[in-house]
Every structure is written in structure tokens, then in C-alpha cells.
Design a protein. Structure first.
Lengths: 242, 302
């Protein structure tokens, strides 16, 4: 864990209110998909935790949704500017080997699943968004060789409804799952699976520090109190209390 | 070279810089950023007799120049802190440790103190947590209650006892005096200010607990004012706390009358802040013409 300066080499919208930011810098500490970084922004007191969508030793790709003052500020930053980034944070996904892994992303929660899918190789991917214009990375996931299914709440693309509808409609067969997205989506997914299949879920929470010190993001899990920033953000399905 | 050592009710610190309770956990999380042995002391996460999960999330709300937290004294309980957290910290850290204890009754404060006494160097008594009901701050808003807690804790320890007071009162001075009269060895000023934010899109409070404790640079002038008011009315040392984020803030706190200075919210954004301040403080004091971190800095001397 450290703070380091990264140079912005790209910062542009890729869907409605969704931006992709590419950073160059020493990112070799990132060791698992699903880890995140915490970014210091001028005019914001706390850092902003942002998930890493892709990484290598020399840089990071971040996907973020403009939802408040911090991400608004991020969206105005220019190529060439330097960012104070704390990394690597969180545990990330454990890449397990299964015959038919399923990857389910909702909204901006799709972001960290890209690096994961890259490492899984043989995944089926279900992406859920509100409307067609909120969707990103459909082609990128396909380019990884994944079978990609889409669900839109308004029916403008793919299955009309939620990710669970797309899984049912396409009769998707899987023996393990990985998911990141809004709580209601993850809850519905787990309810549908009825614990016949195991999986990993990535959580989001408002954070103070991002590195485990302040207890601002603690959730009650079966194994006890767990910090989303340090013990998570990825938790095994069996550990989650709904 | 400037001598940065300070004596805190008889406990010698190599410098006056202490991470405040709650932002430093039990000491392990900052090791990646710097060696904590450079610190004056470490103040542990607030500890209660029984384990506490704390409040539901969201527990954090950002503000202009600060933040509100409603963690709610999450901690594993005093026995687990003694059995696991303190031994783990002592393995790599050899400077003084300050316990921060809280309770929901005078008996709880006393028992928590009695158990942790042998394992730490200073006891800080939190009578000022705004995030728990029927405890915490209710003891610190009444001079009589604060004095009762002070007496109870003092009856079971020989270690220096610092009472951490709340700023959420009309006049902090009589409460500070009552603690001194009840035998407190020092005071920590101040805990967080009760605050609130509302999410205008969702039409509800940002924090699940509705209100929480406001800290960060925005409160510095108020904390400084309270340190100044109290330090000139009591004869026991004061640890200044509230919105400090630079060596110059530390000097201001010491000029107001603080013997040592705690750094809180700002370390969450900048985890190496304590290290930076420890490096910059002697340089600044030297520039200002001081040779020591002592009473010579104070505006009004006792």
C-alpha cells in the first residue's frame, strides 16, 4: 500500500455519465482483479474510492460514474494532469477454476469485472443497465472471448428487465458466479441461485480512509464485522448476511 | 537542533504528535506508509467493556473541509484489545500507547480502565462520543457526570488519566475544571462536533444514524479556541485535537496551551501526515526561534 502520482493519458465518456480514465504510473502493487484505488482530488476532503477495471505494471484503467462532487471533479481533469493515487486497496476477486463461470455486472459495477473476465478466459457475462445508453464494454467483453448477454430495464437492448431475467431467458448454465453491482441486483441474483452454486460478490460502501483504519465501511458478515475496504470489497456468498 | 520532547503528565514523548483515537485503528494499518516508532504516542481506537459492531452504514459523510462519521465505537471489546491488539502493536511499536475507553455507565468506565490499565501508558477517557445513545457524550455534557467518571477511573489506575471532552456544550470550562477537581491528570480537547448532511436526491440523511461527529480542518479554529480557554483555567496538561493538518497548526495548538497535539481526520486523506508534521515541526520551531516544545510557546503562561 502506498500513494503515488499517476499521469492521466485518457479521460473520456464511454456511456451516459460513465467515464474511462487511463493512468500511467507504477501500478505493480495491484495483484487481483476487483481491487481498487483511492484518489485525492483538489477541493474534496476525503479520497474517492474507484474500482480498477484493468491494470498492468505500468498503468491502470478506471471506470467511474459521475454521481457527486468528487466524480464530477474527476470528469473535468485533463490528459497530462497528475493524480495522487493510493493503491493497491482491498482483496479483489480470487480467480477460481470452474467449467462454467458466470460473471454478472450491474451499472458501473461492470467495471472491475473486465480484468476478472480477462483472467477467467471461459466466462459467460451478463451485463445489466437501466437503458442502452448506460451500457459500456459490451464489445470489450466479447473481444475477450466471453459470451455476453445484456439486460436493460427499459428493454432498449437485450432482455427487458434485470440480469436475473436475462439468465432465465437465455437458460444460462453455470457452476460458479462473480458479481458486482447494486445491492438489490446482487440480492436478487443470490435469491435466484438459492445457494446451489457458490460465488463471490463485490460490495460498495462510503469510506473514510480506504485502507482499514477508520471502520467507516464495516458490514456485519457471518464471520463477524468486516471492513469493505480492507477485508473486502469481495466476499464469498456464504459469508454474506442479507 | 530543536528539542521536541514533551512530558505528558509524567510520560515522556519524543515529540508531541499523536494520531487521534479512531483514525489509527490499533496501529497496524499505517505500517505500510511509515514506521510508527517516529510518533510521540499512539492513541488506540475507542474501546468498550463489551465488543461493539457500531452503527449501520453509511457511517461517513463528506463536508466542505471535513467529514462526519457515525462509526459508533466499533471495537472488539477490552479483553480482545488486551489479548490481541495491544500485543500485536507492541511487536513492532515501542513508544507510549494511549488507551481510549468509553462506557455506558460509570461502572463500565471503571471496569474497562481496570482491565486495560497494566497494558498501556496513558488512559484517555472518552466522555464525548456523539455516536452512541445513553452513553458517551451524555457524560461529557454535564460537569457532575464528567467528574463522577473521572473519580471512578482514577480509583483503579495509577497511570495518567486524560478526559476527552466534547465541544457540544455551552461552556466547556466548568466541565474541564470539574474533571481537574475530580483528579484528572490531563484533558483532551476536543472530540467531534455533532453534525448532519442530507442527500437531496434521495430525500433522506446521508448517515444511517442521521447525525454524527464532524471533524476536519473546518473545526480547527473552534478547537483551538477551546484549548486556549481551558488551558488558561486549569493546571493540568491539555492534548489539543481538532482539524490539525500541518506543523503550523500544531504550533498554533501549542501556543494556545496544548502540551501535545492529536491528528485525526486529515490522516485519512494523507496517511503519512503525522510523519510529515514530525519532520517539519522542528524546522518550523527553529525558524520561529524556539529551542524546545514547552511552555515558552504559550501565549499565556501558567
Amino acid at each position: 500500500m502506498k500513494t503515488a502520482l499517476f499521469e492521466i493519458i485518457e479521460n473520456q465518456p464511454i456511456a451516459h455519465d460513465i467515464f474511462r480514465m487511463r493512468l500511467v504510473g507504477d501500478a505493480h502493487g495491484i495483484s487481483a482483479p476487483g481491487q481498487f484505488v483511492n484518489i485525492a482530488l483538489e477541493g474534496c476532503f476525503l479520497r474517492r474510492p474507484i474500482s480498477v477495471s484493468d491494470y498492468d505494471d505500468h498503468g491502470l484503467t478506471l471506470i467511474y460514474k459521475v454521481v457527486g462532487r468528487g466524480t464530477e471533479k474527476m470528469s473535468t481533469l485533463h490528459v497530462g494532469e497528475m493524480l495522487d493515487v493510493m493503491l493497491p486497496l482491498g482483496n479483489g476477486f480470487t480467480v477460481a477454476s470452474h467449467q462454467h463461470p458466470l460473471v454478472v455486472g450491474g451499472g458501473v459495477g461492470i467495471a472491475p469485472l473486465y480484468a476478472l473476465t480477462k483472467r477467467l478466459g471461459n466466462a459467460t457475462v451478463v451485463l445489466g443497465v437501466r437503458s442502452k445508453e448506460d451500457l459500456f464494454f459490451e464489445r470489450e467483453f466479447s473481444a475477450l472471448g466471453a459470451k455476453v448477454f445484456i439486460a436493460t430495464e427499459d428493454g432498449t437492448l437485450g432482455t427487458k428487465g434485470f440480469v436475473t431475467d436475462a439468465i432465465r431467458e437465455n437458460d444460462i448454465n453455470f457452476d460458479y458466479f462473480y458479481t458486482c453491482g447494486p445491492m438489490p441486483m446482487m440480492k436478487a441474483l443470490v435469491a435466484m441461485i438459492r445457494s446451489t452454486t457458490s460465488g463471490q460478490l463485490s460490495f460498495e460502501e462510503r469510506m473514510g480512509c480506504g485502507f482499514g483504519a477508520c471502520m467507516g465501511c464495516s458490514l456485519q458478515m457471518r464471520s463477524g464485522s468486516r471492513r469493505v475496504c480492507k477485508d473486502g470489497p469481495v466476499f464469498n456468498m456464504e459469508d454474506v448476511v442479507w | 537542533m530543536v528539542d521536541t520532547r514533551v512530558s505528558l503528565a509524567g510520560v515522556m514523548l519524543q515529540n508531541p504528535i499523536i494520531p487521534a483515537s479512531g483514525v489509527y485503528g490499533f496501529g497496524g494499518e499505517f505500517r505500510d506508509f511509515y514506521d510508527p516508532n517516529i510518533l510521540g504516542a499512539i492513541c488506540l481506537k475507542g474501546t468498550t467493556l463489551e465488543p461493539r459492531f457500531g452503527n449501520p452504514t453509511p457511517r461517513i459523510a463528506e463536508c466542505t473541509a471535513g467529514m462526519i462519521n457515525s462509526v459508533g465505537l466499533q471495537n472488539p471489546g477490552v479483553d480482545a484489545v488486551i489479548a490481541h491488539e495491544i500485543p500485536a502493536l507492541r511487536e513492532f511499536y515501542h513508544q507510549p500507547i494511549i488507551a481510549n475507553i468509553s462506557g455506558f455507565s460509570v461502572d463500565e468506565y471503571r471496569e474497562c480502565c481496570r482491565r486495560i490499565d497494566a497494558h498501556v501508558d496513558i488512559i484517555e477517557v472518552n466522555v464525548s462520543c456523539p455516536n452512541v445513545h445513553n452513553g458517551g457524550m451524555t457524560f461529557g455534557t454535564d460537569a457532575h457526570c464528567a467528574a463522577e467518571v473521572t473519580k471512578a477511573v482514577k480509583s483503579v489506575t495509577k497511570k495518567p488519566v486524560f478526559i476527552k471532552l466534547t465541544p457540544n456544550v455551552t461552556d466547556i470550562v466548568p466541565i474541564a475544571r470539574a474533571c481537574e477537581d475530580a483528579g484528572a491528570d490531563g484533558l483532551t480537547l476536543v472530540n467531534t462536533f455533532l453534525g448532519m448532511r442530507i442527500d437531496i436526491h434521495r430525500h433522506r440523511p446521508v448517515l444511517a444514524n442521521v447525525m454524527g461527529g464532524f471533524s476536519g480542518p473546518a473545526i480547527f479554529p473552534i478547537a483551538l479556541r477551546m484549548v486556549y480557554q481551558v488551558a488558561n483555567e486549569v493546571h493540568i496538561p491539555v492534548m489539543g485535537c481538532g482539524g490539525v493538518r500541518s506543523a503550523s497548526d500544531v504550533v498554533e495548538m501549542m501556543m494556545a496551551g496544548a502540551t501535545a497535539v492529536q491528528i485525526g481526520a486529515a490522516t485519512l486523506r494523507d496517511p503519512i501526515l503525522c510523519k510529515t508534521i514530525i519532520e517539519e515541526l522542528p524546522v518550523l520551531l527553529n525558524k520561529l526561534g524556539y529551542e524546545r516544545c514547552d511552555n515558552s510557546l504559550r501565549l499565556c503562561r501558567q
